[in-house]
Write a protein of this length. Structure first.
Length: 277
């Protein structure tokens, strides 16, 4: 639709055209972000059609949470080069956010699967499952002397180091050396881990491999965990499976129960078929 470029829009018309509140335009005028083209003697503000594109850029940048001060700097030095730089910076931020949301979606889907497992699985069974892709974990060696408080403080510090603002946004668990598990050494876990909801430099992380895993659940007190590991090791030997790497533990119903008796721990150990002698 052709619009005469000399046309003046009242503040109300200009606000409706861009689907914003008049107070927003008044505030932009007050801080010098976008001043009306004309202010008549009666104090009424008017804007030109040419100012629409500028306002749309301002609104787009505000939707991206670009600070007002940065937008003011751009408008004072407006050029193709500065606009290209601004766009490149914000495209990079959007791509980072998309990656974060994608990772967060995977964690939420994993938690959703845990809840479905509570309804559909026989938690007394030991089964072989397939993990379709690897997972990168931030890990922390546990204290030599068992200390729940010390390990808790370490994991909180580690989460903050990697930029996790809310502990509930990540998945936490514990890892054990499989060779120790096979020897029956299932007292204290060897590592704590965090599955972060956003990507990190992979060289800093432990990779939980894809492939087949032996999975079991330990229900109730932590005192039941050693017996469950014994049953998993026995199952592997009876079925010609080799356990390797680390075992991975995580609570799957901590959010929905307050009692130790109802606590469910998922244990997964990588397996491969032993070659025939």
């Amino acid at each position: 639709m052709f619009v005469p470029t000399e046309m003046l829009f009242s503040i109300g018309q200009f606000a409706r055209l861009h689907k914003i509140n008049k107070k927003t335009l008044m505030w932009y005028d007050e801080i010098g972000l976008l001043k009306p083209a004309v202010v008549k003697s009666n104090g009424y503000r008017y804007y030109t059609f040419h100012q629409s594109s500028v306002l749309e850029v301002i609104l787009m940048l505000r939707d991206l949470d670009v600070p007002i001060s940065d937008i003011q700097t751009f408008l004072r030095n407006r050029s193709a080069a500065t606009f290209e730089t601004l766009l490149a910076e914000n495209i990079a931020k959007i791509e980072q956010r998309i990656a974060q949301l994608t990772a967060m979606r995977e964690i939420l889907a994993d938690k959703q699967q845990d809840m479905q497992n509570l309804h559909t699985l026989d938690l007394s069974q030991i089964t072989v499952i397939e993990k379709e892709k690897p997972c990168h974990l931030v890990t922390l060696a546990t204290s030599p002397v068992p200390s729940f408080d010390e390990d808790t403080e370490k994991i909180i510090a580690l989460a903050r180091k990697y930029g996790l603002h809310r502990l509930q946004d990540a998945t936490y668990g514990a890892m054990r050396y499989v060779d120790k598990v096979c020897r029956g050494e299932t007292g204290k876990c060897d590592f704590l881990y965090i599955q972060m909801p956003f990507p990190l430099q992979k060289e800093e992380l432990h990779m939980q491999p894809k492939g087949q895993y032996l999975r079991a659940f330990s229900c109730g007190s932590w005192d039941n965990i050693p017996r469950r590991y014994q049953e998993m090791v026995a199952y592997a030997r009876q079925n010609g499976l080799e356990l390797y790497g680390f075992s991975y533990e995580k609570g799957i119903n901590e959010v929905v129960t307050d009692t130790v008796e109802e606590y469910i721990l998922q244990i997964k150990i990588p397996v491969r078929i032993q070659p025939n002698p």
